[in-house]
Design a protein around this ligand. Structure first.
Ligand SMILES: Nc1ncnc2c1ncn2[C@@H]1O[C@H](COP(=O)(O)OP(=O)(O)OP(=O)(O)O)[C@@H](O)[C@H]1O
Length: 504
């Protein structure tokens, strides 16, 4: 007998108001009591698809069927009524309330008449069925993350959730907590609950799920019974069969590799999450080379950049810049020594309400402010005009407010104000994110010109094509470690995909 799906998402497309096409004609089914893996790299569209199923956003086109009937979901509460609940990495719990109070608060939004005793009975019943325990009268803030996640899951079950969507649930957990979560998810399956498990991690998908759907660039590129597919095939599906062609018009061979400019030795740094905590990073960068850092976002790349520029202090290890240990130096001292930084987003790096000059001053103040605190206005003006001219910023004058520039021109200001200092080492995070083809090419050209003039570049990007096009050497990070290293030409798609998915 053919099983009826509990949910069918049919031909779902989604274009966000800013024009980003996040989903293109994706159809998936979820069956009762199954664990469905949703695999894809950053930006593949996994979260968008699930937010549509959770009623948080509307698809641009397509249909949603629940138990065979077409529905129009007006919001998460509507989805909840249909037994669907999504749990994000940031939990929706009130820290000061006890577990029971949180459960009851949630319950009463669904059933206003429910008393706290009834809620408690329901919680105890669910816990007994699953064979799990939680301290019900403890304030949530005192519970470890793994237990808080369980509270979220139980909270969903007492309100009758039949489909639980877990958005990268393991990224906040330690290995023991992951084991415990998997045990709980398998129990849910035994009890007929369906779980959609969003992940980039191939091992977890293999270990836990019954079926897997792979998304890439907004399209469904594969679907299989998990038992019938191996990690290598999944890796290739996730990042694409073909390595992007190395773009010879942009890339010219690296100058004679010279001295090591930066050496990281066995660096350990506390990260925002367990998964992004740096666990013994060793890396060498020479002048005249671009070292690319690949990996799914959140595996320590940001922590690595922030450690090099001095925003995070290592617990262990040495950072040598031109043979000098700079681990105890401030950000400003490091800038003075010739390290520059392009942060991951223009929103962080620029102040929209200020003009181009003032934004340039932000990271060049050490050269442009006298020791009495007076800005050398003529020099600032000249430098600003130089940035506008040399880096082809389309702006009438340095007086233009940054918020009035296009994304590409903003990025050129952010890049130009660093390159104009001719830094010995440039740490560039996502330098072309959200830019059109022309601006992307311009920024990439600037980075390579800098390298060709003898500068070193550490390029952190979630755009694999960019990394393969620009890097002389590539390292791949997973779970706070560098798991592999090679040249772009020397690494196969399979190897890169496996390493990004944590299986190498
Ligand atoms: N609210 C939004 N407005 C505009 N674009 C968005 C929005 N949310 C997501 N996007 C874009 O839609 C695309 C798909 O993003 P989505 O978050 O769904 O991917 P994902 O597979 O969940 O990625 P990740 O693993 O990084 O979370 C990306 O290009 C992203 O930048």
């Amino acid at each position: 007998m053919v099983k009826e799906p509990l949910v069918r998402l049919e031909n779902i497309s989604k274009t966000y108001p800013d024009g980003v096409k996040a989903l293109d004609n994706v159809s998936i089914e979820i069956y009762p009591g199954e664990i469905l893996g949703l695999l894809g790299e950053n930006g593949a569209g996994k979260t968008t698809l699930m937010r549509i199923l959770y009623g948080e956003i509307k698809p641009s086109s397509g249909r949603i069927y629940i138990k065979g009937r077409e529905v129009n979901l007006h919001g998460p509460w509507d989805a909840l009524k249909h037994g669907i609940r999504m749990i994000y990495q940031h939990f929706s719990l009130i820290d000061e309330f006890t577990v029971m109070e949180n459960m009851h608060l949630f319950m009463s939004t669904i059933d206003k008449k429910a008393t706290i005793d009834e809620t408690r009975r329901k919680v105890e019943e669910v816990l007994k069925t699953l064979g799990f325990q939680i301290l019900l009268d403890e304030p949530v803030a005192r519970l470890p993350i793994g237990a808080q996640q369980k509270v979220e899951i139980i909270k969903s079950l007492i309100t009758g959730a039949e489909i639980l969507i877990l958005d990268e649930p393991t990224s906040v957990l330690n290995p023991l907590e992951i084991e415990e979560l998997f045990r709980l998810i398998k129990k849910l399956r035994e009890n007929g609950v369906s779980v959609i498990f969003i992940s980039h991690k191939l091992k977890e998908i293999k270990e836990l799920t019954d079926r897997v759907v792979v998304l890439r660039k907004g399209r469904k590129v594969g679907e299989a019974e998990t038992a019938n597919i191996d990690e290598s095939t999944l890796a290739k599906m996730m990042i694409g069969e073909e390595l992007p062609e190395l773009n010879q018009t942009v890339k010219t061979s690296s100058n004679n590799l010279s001295r090591e400019i930066l050496v990281l030795e066995d660096i350990e740094v506390k990260g925002d999450k367990e998964q992004s905590t740096l666990k013994g990073i060793s890396l060498r960068i020479r002048s005249g080379e671009v070292v690319g850092v690949a990996g799914i976002q959140g595996n320590g790349q940001k922590e690595l950049a922030e450690t090099i520029i001095g925003l995070r202090k290592p617990i262990k290890g040495r950072i040598l810049f031109e043979n000098e240990d700079i681990a105890s130096l401030s950000v400003e001292d490091r800038l003075r020594k010739g390290i520059s930084f392009i942060p991951e987003s223009r929103k962080i790096g620029l102040i929209g309400e200020m003009d181009i000059s003032a934004n340039i001053l932000l990271t060049n103040h050490m050269h442009l402010v006298s020791r009495f605190g007076v800005v050398r206005t003529k020099e600032l003006e000249n430098l600003s005009l130089r940035v506008i001219k040399d880096y082809e910023v389309v702006a009438a004058s340095p007086r233009v407010l940054v918020k009035h520039l296009s994304g590409g021109n903003q990025q050129k200001v952010m890049t130009g104000r660093e390159l104009v200092k001719n830094p010995k080492l440039l740490v560039a995070m996502e330098p072309t994110q959200g830019l059109d083809v022309k601006s992307t090419q311009q920024i990439r050209r600037l980075l390579l010109d800098h390298r060709n003039k003898g500068g070193a570049v550490l390029l952190i990007s979630s755009d694999l094509e960019e990394l393969l096009t620009l890097s002389d050497r590539l390292v791949i990070m997973f779970n706070g470690r560098i798991t592999t290293e090679g040249t772009p030409g020397g690494l196969t798609v399979e190897k890169i995909g496996l390493c990004m998915g944590g299986s190498c």
